[in-house]
Design a protein around this ligand. Structure first.
Ligand SMILES: [Zn+2]
Ligand SMILES: [Zn+2]
Length: 161
């Protein structure tokens, strides 16, 4: 079974070089977000002679063709993933660097507010914060036991009663 990417490339007159196919396959096989270096390392495991600049060029081409999406996380960090039909936004943990997805419906009325109030169509949001895991670790270290904030969920309720 071939994916539309192969067809797209061929229709646009691009040769299906092994490098291009491999970069695409690596991204397709990954369910997460990969840096160019990570893509390169994986491609090199089956195609040792490929170099990072070829990987960069291939990624740029795939981004240009809207087959791959690039998300910039600050000036030095960017990652690549296969473009999905459903647009999504990213939650990035400032501590461990983990990346999670949220979709439009998770944002509630935010994108509507932006659209109506500012005429701004929010296509891609990146929200920085602290993930679950890191927050739990932080709590264990610093917060005194028994102190339950208003945001705590049902799990904490039974103990106090
Ligand atoms: Zn984290
Ligand atoms: Zn993503």
């Amino acid at each position: 079974m071939t994916h539309h990417a192969t067809k797209t490339l061929q229709e646009l007159g691009y040769r299906l070089t092994p490098q291009r196919t491999l970069v695409w396959d690596v991204l397709r096989a990954s369910d997460g977000h990969m840096s160019a270096e990570e893509v390169c390392a994986q491609v090199q495991s089956s195609f040792p002679h490929i170099n990072i600049s070829t990987v960069y060029r291939t990624l740029e081409l795939l981004v240009e063709l809207h087959l791959v999406r690039e998300t910039q996380l600050g000036p030095t960090r960017r990652f690549f993933e296969v473009e999905e039909e459903v647009p999504h936004h990213h939650l990035v943990c400032e501590r461990c660097g983990s990346v999670a997805h949220v979709h439009d419906e998770d944002l509630g009325s935010l994108h509507l507010t932006l659209a109506k109030g500012q005429g701004f169509a929010a296509k891609q949001l990146t929200i920085f914060g602290i993930c679950d895991t890191c927050a739990a670790e932080g709590d264990r270290g610093t917060a005194p036991a028994g102190e339950v904030g208003p945001a705590a969920d049902a799990a904490g309720d039974a103990a106090g009663a």
